[in-house]
Design a protein around this ligand. Structure first.
Ligand SMILES: Nc1ncnc2c1ncn2[C@@H]1O[C@H](COP(=O)(O)OP(=O)(O)OP(=O)(O)O)[C@@H](O)[C@H]1O
Ligand SMILES: [Mg+2]
Length: 264
């Protein structure tokens, strides 16, 4: 179980979280959503033991991450994937990337090979196993980043907006992958996309330094589901199949799309 108890955190004078308590227990997906800058990534770093709160405690499987020893223990149980997987890659091929973490965990050669093969199969990485991670598409990069964490068999997987830079089809692919992974690992999925939010068994909303929830998805207000009006606009455009860009389109490009569609 990961629990944070009465946690407050600030960067200097800037208060980010105030007396937040929260626990993740069973397998399944816990979604955390919230506006840009609400502190989602800060919470992810606290949950993974990479930041220490000024007040309160982060407890991972009964061990308080208040010192270096606690953090080292916690690290083994938790895997974290960030929005930009590029920063996570260290080696020059997908299969080496998968083996890298196991080497660090001193897994024996024979066992390492079989775990790498299993993971390649599980994540359907056969066609890209010899490619450099840096040459992959955005969706493939994120899949490899998740696979290279999952090969270490963490108990908890924290995903910090893993689909934010992806196009809708890659986002759908990662969503499917997350749906599969929920059977083997407890997932904390940070996202602002409504279709991702709907994947959560429990949903929490971060805002004004507090974490609200679990909220019933059915009862979520439009503001909670769509953290900004722009997100709603983007979601409607993408789901209609009319627009496939990953960023909110500028008025000019939207007008051009409309004019072009009339011409067809
Ligand atoms: N190392 C840091 N030092 C100072 N301020 C920081 C630091 N990291 C983040 N912040 C600030 O803390 C606030 C919360 O940041 P955080 O990245 O946790 O939010 P977020 O909800 O993940 O945002 P986003 O949706 O943009 O990813 C922001 O205002 C951010 O600028
Ligand atoms: Mg963030």
């Amino acid at each position: 179980m990961i629990a944070i108890e009465n946690v407050s955190f600030s960067y200097g004078e800037k208060s980010i979280l105030r007396h937040v308590s929260f626990a993740v227990e069973n397998k399944g997906i816990v979604v955390i959503t919230g506006k840009n800058g609400s502190g989602k990534s800060t919470l992810a770093l606290l949950l993974s033991g990479m930041l220490t709160p000024q007040n309160g405690m982060v407890i991972i499987n009964g061990i308080a991450c208040t010192d270096y020893e606690g953090f080292e223990t916690a690290k083994r149980d938790i895997g974290i994937v960030f929005e930009n997987p590029e920063n996570q890659f260290i080696t020059t091929s997908v299969e080496r990337e998968l083996a890298f973490g196991l080497e660090n965990h001193c897994v024996r050669n024979k066992q390492m090979r079989s775990r790498v093969e299993e993971t390649i199969k599980q994540f359907s990485l056969e066609d890209i196993r010899y490619r450099s991670p840096h040459t992959l598409s955005g969706g493939e990069k994120q899949k490899v980043a998740i696979a290279s964490i999952m090969i270490l068999q963490p108990q908890f997987l924290i995903l910090d907006e893993p689909t934010i830079f992806l196009d809708p089809s890659s986002r759908g692919m990662i969503r499917e992958l997350i749906r599969e992974l929920r059977k083997t690992v407890s997932i904390i999925f940070i996202s602002q996309f409504p279709s991702d939010i709907l994947l959560g068994d429990k949903v929490y909303v971060l805002g004004d330094g507090t974490l609200t929830g679990p909220v019933d998805k059915k009862d979520m207000t439009e503001t909670e589901m769509y953290q900004t009006p722009q997100m709603k606009f983007l979601d409607i455009l993408q789901n209609s199949g009319f627009y496939h860009g990953k960023d909110i389109p500028r008025v000019e490009s939207l007008c051009k799309l409309i004019v072009d569609s009339k011409k067809q």
